[in-house]
Ligand binder design. Structure first.
Ligand SMILES: Nc1ncnc2c1ncn2[C@@H]1O[C@H](COP(=O)(O)OP(=O)(O)OP(=O)(O)O)[C@@H](O)[C@H]1O
Length: 638
């Protein structure tokens, strides 16, 4: 008997495409577990862990035939292993005592057949169980990933991605190991202990009683260790998540770490977390070692007692030699189930805490839920009515009383100081976050009433921090419109001035490195911009997408954007006068609300704060163009 110790594969979490993921056929529906909770659960669970594991039973249903076969095979196998000592007894007390050669062959053949049946059943059990447990793990993992995709940005802001990674990989594997191995053997061990003890009592009750009494300290010890083992298991699982977070942050932030020469500092932090994990794991090993030692001692002591009393009883003729041999063989067959029970119960505890950690994600409140309304003809009129927003853990509103009417086809430039809430504003339109006050409508329909899939087709967003996925440039581009034609792709590339993709080694089929790190910041932004443009939305939201472009490329992209924004309702976060000029009107964010709306020249004339904001940018532009001139001069004079 061997535990399945296959190491879980690792993966890197990436930002979500906004689409929801449909459950796969043959896999339990995610809604089976998607109970909305009133508040997001804390990272450490307070519920009874066994409840979480029990909830996941629906994932076993598609494989019930296999699980039932597994139990049937295992039960027959255990039955066969119990019958063999009884046959031995019959052989010793019958054919051997009576020198009956034919009887000896018959019983010997029977015992041999039992052994073969047992081996075949073990093979059958392993074969049927593999698909069932891997399928259960697959179903759970798919639904967990789908749930993560549906959860709002506020959830992902609160959770470390390493913790999510450790739950979706390690904890799920722990649950799978328990379902495929631990649970079966706990039940089989208990059944074997009960049946064999009953047989022993029936064979010769005084010795049976000795065996029965010896199980009392085992049960007591299991109960005593249970709480401590659960606590340590939970701690180890949380600390594994912390280590995964360190690795993930270290890998993503490697450039910053190297640039600041903080490798030693970051390593020390990682080392501290790893050491903590090592210490807790050792603490659990110590607990288990003490427990096991005790469990190993009990059967040995029992065996000595049984052997002593058994020999005396056999000498006095109170039991036959065959019965004594069968008694001892049966009793020895209990050593493994009794000793394994401790390990199996620990595995059960571990699986329960793992299930608890997984349930915390399933229980997280999905605040961004699908509406039912559908826009038949999209015009793209966007209206914000008394909109307010506060982060879940925030103490004050980031936005309040925001009112704005954007006509179909109109472009609004959103201008405001750093931290004034521009990014928050842009995240509210595609419902990456939901307003906490007021409402946003598109063509008069509250966006919370719209089907999310339609909303995110109507609204396309390009972010300040352009996330690219580990896939080809083409796949990255067509994320929002998978069926886009080559002409559409070429047009979007043209608009976003992303022609550099054609110079990549395999052109559009070049795989962009993890998080697009093999591209420059400006290239990534242009690709992300092309992605948003390609989606052909009615409402295009650009959150400072021009910030990483040099002045010349920015001018080219801006020129192209003029054409993109024709006939599209646009919200463009702008820092520079040149970007503002793309818009029909400017909305200025100040003090958490839209303080002024008007044309660029109106605001320049009447709002000193606006003037100050843009002139600061103008100064920076002047500085940048001066630097460009110096660079050009150096290039020429080199
Ligand atoms: N997850 C969060 N939890 C709490 N507060 C946040 C969170 N994210 C942003 N904020 C706060 O919300 C405010 C608005 O942030 P936002 O990113 O929208 O500013 P911004 O105008 O886009 O700034 P910038 O021009 O620098 O990009 C800031 O004060 C910021 O600190």
């Amino acid at each position: 008997m061997s535990a399945d110790l296959s190491a879980p594969a690792s993966t890197t979490p990436q930002r979500n495409p906004a689409s929801s993921t449909e459950p796969r056929p043959g896999v339990a529906s995610p809604t089976a577990l998607d109970h909305p909770a009133t508040i997001a659960p804390p990272p450490t669970g307070k519920r009874r862990p066994s409840t979480s594991l029990w909830r996941f039973r629906t994932y076993l249903y598609p494989f019930r035939a296999r699980f039932i076969s597994m139990f049937v095979f295992a039960s027959i196998g255990v039955g066969a292993s119990i019958v063999v000592p009884l046959v031995t007894k019959a052989v010793i007390d019958g054919p051997i005592a009576d020198s009956d050669r034919r009887g000896l062959y018959a019983l010997g053949l029977f015992a041999l057949s039992l052994g073969i049946v047992e081996a075949l059943l073990m093979f059958g059990r392993r074969w049927v169980v593999a698909k069932a447990t891997l399928g259960t793990e697959y179903g759970l993992r798919t639904d967990l990933y789908a749930k993560l995709q549906r959860l709002p940005m506020s959830f992902h802001g609160q959770w470390q991605s390493g913790q999510l990674l450790s739950r979706i990989m390690n904890d799920l594997s722990t649950v799978r190991r328990f379902l495929g191995f631990g649970l079966l053997f706990i039940l089989m061990s208990i059944a074997q202990i009960v049946v064999v003890t009953a047989l022993l009592l029936n064979m010769y009750w005084p010795l049976g009683l000795v065996v029965l009494v010896s199980s009392v300290p085992v049960v007591l010890l299991c109960r005593r260790n249970e709480r401590e083992y659960t606590r340590l298991s939970r701690k180890i699982q949380d600390e594994t998540g912390d280590v995964a977070s360190s690795v993930e942050e270290g890998a993503h932030g490697l450039r910053v770490i190297k640039a600041f020469g903080r490798g030693g500092h970051v390593f020390a932090k990682f080392d501290a977390r790893s050491t903590q994990l090592f210490d807790t794991s050792m603490e659990r090993v110590r607990l288990v070692s003490k427990f096991w030692t005790f469990l190993e001692v009990i059967p040995s002591v029992t065996l000595i007692i049984v052997l002593g009393f058994g020999a005396v009883a056999a000498g006095q003729g109170r039991l036959t030699l065959g019965t004594l041999v069968a008694f001892i063989t049966l009793m020895l067959s209990l050593v493994w189930p009794v000793a394994a029970l401790g390990f199996l119960l620990s595995q059960a505890q571990e699986a329960m805490t793992a299930a608890d950690r997984i349930a915390e994600i399933f229980d997280a409140e999905n605040t961004i839920t699908d509406g039912e309304a559908e826009l038949t003809e999209v015009r793209g009129a966007v209206r914000l009515e008394n909109v307010g927003f506060r982060f879940v853990d925030g103490e004050h509103d980031v936005l309040h009383d925001v009112n704005l009417d954007i006509a179909p086809g109109e472009t609004i430039a959103l201008v405001g100081a750093t931290g004034s809430g521009k990014t928050v504003f842009t995240s509210l339109v595609p419902r990456l976050d939901d307003v906490t006050a007021g409402r946003i409508t598109i063509d008069g329909v509250d966006i919370r009433d719209l089907r999310l899939e339609q909303l995110r087709t109507v609204v396309a967003t390009a972010f300040e921090d352009p996330t690219l996925f580990s896939m080809s440039a083409r796949e990255n581009l067509t994320l929002g419109r998978p069926g886009a034609s080559d002409e559409d792709i070429a047009e979007a590339i043209d608009v976003a001035q992303a022609h550099f993709v054609h110079d990549l080694p395999w052109g559009l089929d070049t795989r962009i490195g993890e998080q697009g790190m093999s591209l420059s910041g400006g290239q990534r932004q242009r690709l992300a911009l092309a992605r948003a443009v390609l989606a052909k939305p009615a409402v295009l939201v650009l959150d400072d997408t021009l910030s990483a472009l040099d002045i010349h490329t920015e001018a080219l992209v801006e020129e192209a954007l003029k054409w993109v924004l024709v006939g599209v309702t646009g919200v463009v976060v702008a820092h520079r006068a040149s970007t503002v000029l793309l818009a029909d009107r400017v909305a200025m964010l100040s003090g958490g609300t839209i303080s002024h709306v008007g044309t660029h020249s109106e605001l320049l004339d009447t709002v000193p704060e606006y003037r100050a904001l843009l002139s600061a940018e103008f100064d920076l532009e002047q500085e940048a163009s001066a630097l460009d001139e110096i660079a050009e001069f150096e290039e020429v004079t080199r």
